[in-house]
Design a protein around this ligand. Sequence first.
Ligand code: SRM
Ligand code: SF4
Length: 612
Amino acid sequence: MSLSRGGSPILWASSNEPQEITEPMSDETPASTAKPTAVEVAKTASNYLRGDIAKELVDGAAGFGKGSIQLLKNHGTYQQDDREARKAVEGKKSERQISFMIRTCVPGGKLTAEQLLAAIDMGDELGNGTIRLTTRQSIQHHGVVKGDLKSFMQRVHANQLTTLAACGDVERNIMCCPAPIHGNSVRDEMQAKLDELAKHLAPRTRAYYEIWLTDPETGEKTLAGGNAKEAVVEPIYGPTYLPRKFKTAFALPEDNCTDVYANDLGFIVVHEHGKILGYNVLAGGGMGVTPSAAKTFPALAKRLGFVPPEDVLGIAEAIVKVQRDFGNRTDRKTARLKYTIHTMGLENFRKKVEEYFGKPLAPCHPADVHGFDDHIGWHEQGDGKFFYGFNVENGRVHDSVDSGQAGGFRLKTALRRILRDIKPGVRITAHQSLLFTDLAASDRDRIAEILHAHGVKTSEEISTLRRWSMACVALPTCGLAVAESERVLPGLIDSLEPEVAKLGLANDAFTLRMTGCPNACARPYNCDIGIVGRTAGKYTMFLGGRLLGDRLNEHYKDVVPFEDLCREITAVLACYKAERQSKETLGDFCHRKGVDGVRTWADEWLAGARGA
Ligand code: SRM
Ligand code: SF4
């Protein structure tokens, strides 16, 4: 079956249901009940995200109670435990080694060298010694214990960043193409618009400041913030915030590096002759699905209308408020904006948005995404300086020699050297990688030397396949993972690289994205090859999306053992090589031939009938 741009349920070919998630999503409420979900109850009673967090923070227990666990997400932190350590204590809940994942917002992925260095230090001193660059241009830390949460938040604040609204039922980290191309006022203005919007949609409760940013000794509020004097605490969100997470991205037609169609709200810049005419507004994108719940589906955002630059904040606020008032608060599985639009119908949704916006929306400008740049490698900035896109495999910044891995490298130490010695500007990409900006031509050799001295490959030395791949975090920290992802994708790529080279496809760019469950944190449903965790050691394969991110892929094969992924993917690539038309991308080829046609061809190839 085809997953059109409008989005429709995925059909799972096998009758095997996915393995029960070891720890059911604690914020789920059965769909049949009309009562507000437990999370809604917790938010309502929380007095603008306070709840019992402050009390429980100092109660001596290793973790928080159920209500606080939900509220804490809005403060940017998830209570987790190392799922491998669980086995050692035979599943006794009380003995789980509780720690916290902390996500820091980095709007548009823009940082200074000092800020990234400080984040790395925090990971070493209070976390698990690594940091994770995410698929939404932000930073995650893992392994922070409860007793260190407050000092962690204070250090994030001192680093001029925040964890407020990095997770939770609010607007999350807003994405934007991070490339620093000077003299390109379109990019400059778009990035400035993102900053305005991020500020506009940030929660205004003082809870964050009261709980985390008080003096640890005296309890005094030494660090300013919030809107103490405003009569209305949350003029946009209200006391119960949104029914579910809400995500926004900006993109350029020629560069959809933020995957704008995967967002609840998207803005595609419409520009002519170096001037922004306005933005095409998209609404209702989202990837997460629950395979056992047919009511859930991935969807690309729909094209809603066009606004001039001065109306971006207004239209965003109107859409957020429609979702606030009409989103489903009785079933978190169908609470995202994509379901609100599905339930209301696009035209009714548009009318409601226009009502909240106070004027009609102009029809979309024909401009649409037609290019994608991951910004890896060396580029001129346009001001005599350069930026370097540095591929960080799956976004994990660590020294592998510390963890005793074979073929070790010291990426974290190399990054420290680059950040300290060269002091570049820093941007995080939506592909979990880094841009070092404002470089001189002479920095080229220095950066390569530093990387090599630490056993790290430059972006030019990795394969095209690895460069365009992404994996989500999954095990051991993610409580929702049913299969491995980040820890196994590098090995899969190791085995695929020679096969791809043998087929003569080493220079072909196609996106390969893997996740440890169908929640789809690495956006596997709109790429060329999606590999989604189905159960321990087994995956569902999807084909026929594309690098541009404007088409959902289709179900190809189910319950594929990890050990078979390399040959299954190789067979698909062999089919592509044999039958593609000139300049046809892998995704376009699979879409044209159809997944059934590709499957038949590939199965014959695997059976030796095509000279495999
Ligand atoms: Fe995600 C939940 C990690 C981007 C869809 N995601 C989670 C949690 C918090 C697991 C949990 O709820 O207990 C994961 C934390 C694991 C860990 O140990 O760190 C997690 N998501 C991530 C990150 C770190 C993956 C990565 O490898 O980079 C990304 C952080 C982004 C950020 O900085 O804000 C991340 N998550 C995404 C994306 C991609 C995107 O937004 O562009 C998606 C698909 C788009 C979407 O939202 O539909 C995504 N994450 C989900 C979902 C499914 C939501 C749904 O509507 O069904 C969940 C589960 C949920 O919300 O119930 C989830
Ligand atoms: Fe966890 Fe990956 Fe599933 Fe996201 S996609 S919830 S990180 S296993």
